[in-house]
Design a protein around this ligand. Structure first.
Ligand SMILES: [Fe+2]
Ligand SMILES: [Fe+2]
Length: 281
């Protein structure tokens, strides 16, 4: 039995979250729960259009249709890659081939880690480290590493013109919505306890298990520094949209992850229980 056997995929159309800023949405159903996990990426239209992360290979056909329904391939000027995980790099080669005028905004770390899987044309790369920015014609974009991440290459992207922060994997949390159902789209509609529980589960078991080892004061300073950019909307690869009053709440929760006690990580007994529930024995 594979996960795909149990999957009823839902296609969610691109969602506008700010002027010219669109979420490219994909969902994966959480293992053994009536929950879903977003696998989002983003398109910023503007004087110099930007694709932010490139989705997963499994969703390639829909992803390419969604993205190029918003921007013509030859108009894409920038492709910003947050890090080297497969759910963010799944259509990188297809995008760079389709978009001859695009520069790939990445870093030494990303190239070093991902050159085994993608043949980087260094002439088309621009390396941007944490805290550095680049100009995209009508806006300045700042690379801001979120406090929580699963690759040392990770940098989020803050659009100073709209206040939207693309947080890479940070703020990841599952949302209600099982196979065939549309998942919750805004964190304001989540049960606060379920939101916190999901963020702890994902934050400590799927992203940054080292959070249990960090000095809380230093970590809190890092969270404050990221927050100080003044983002008004947070889009994440793996969260419902965070906006309005939820932004402050989300940063408070992110800050509380250091020292939080995660539930037990699912083990072989859980796998066997899931297989029985799925009728896979
Ligand atoms: Fe990741
Ligand atoms: Fe991810």
């Amino acid at each position: 039995m594979t996960l795909a056997d149990d999957d009823v995929r839902v296609h969610l159309a691109p969602r506008k979250i700010a002027p010219g800023t669109h979420l490219i949405q994909d969902v994966q159903h959480a293992l053994g729960q009536p929950l879903s996990v977003y696998l989002n990426s983003m398109v910023i239209q503007g004087a110099e259009p930007i694709i932010v992360d490139t989705g997963s290979a499994r969703n390639r056909e829909a992803w390419l249709q969604d993205v190029f329904g918003l921007v013509e391939p030859q108009d894409v000027r920038w492709v910003f890659l947050t890090h080297d995980d497969s759910d963010h790099t799944g259509n990188l080669a297809q995008v760079m081939d389709a978009c001859p005028n695009a520069t790939l905004v990445c870093s030494w770390t990303l190239v070093e880690r991902f050159a085994n899987a993608y043949d980087f044309d260094l002439n088309r790369c621009r390396w941007v480290n944490d805290g550095e920015s680049f100009d995209a014609g009508d806006r300045t974009l700042v690379a801001v590493r979120p406090p929580v991440y699963d690759s040392p290459a990770t940098r989020g992207l803050f659009d100073t013109s709209t206040g939207v922060y693309w947080a890479a994997d940070a703020f990841a949390s599952p949302v209600p919505g099982g196979p065939g159902a549309s998942p919750v789209g805004d964190v304001a509609d989540l049960d606060p306890e379920a939101w916190w529980g999901g963020m702890v589960m994902f934050g400590l078991h799927a992203l940054s298990p080292w959070l249990s080892m960090v000095q809380k004061k230093k970590y809190a300073r890092c969270v404050r520094q990221v927050r100080a950019h003044g983002m008004t909307t947070i889009a994440s690869g793996h969260s419902a949209v965070i906006s309005g009053a939820s932004v402050a709440q989300a940063f408070d929760m992110l800050g509380n992850l250091a020292g939080a006690e995660p539930p037990p990580c699912p083990d072989q007994a859980v796998l066997e229980m899931m297989l029985r529930a799925m009728g896979g024995e």
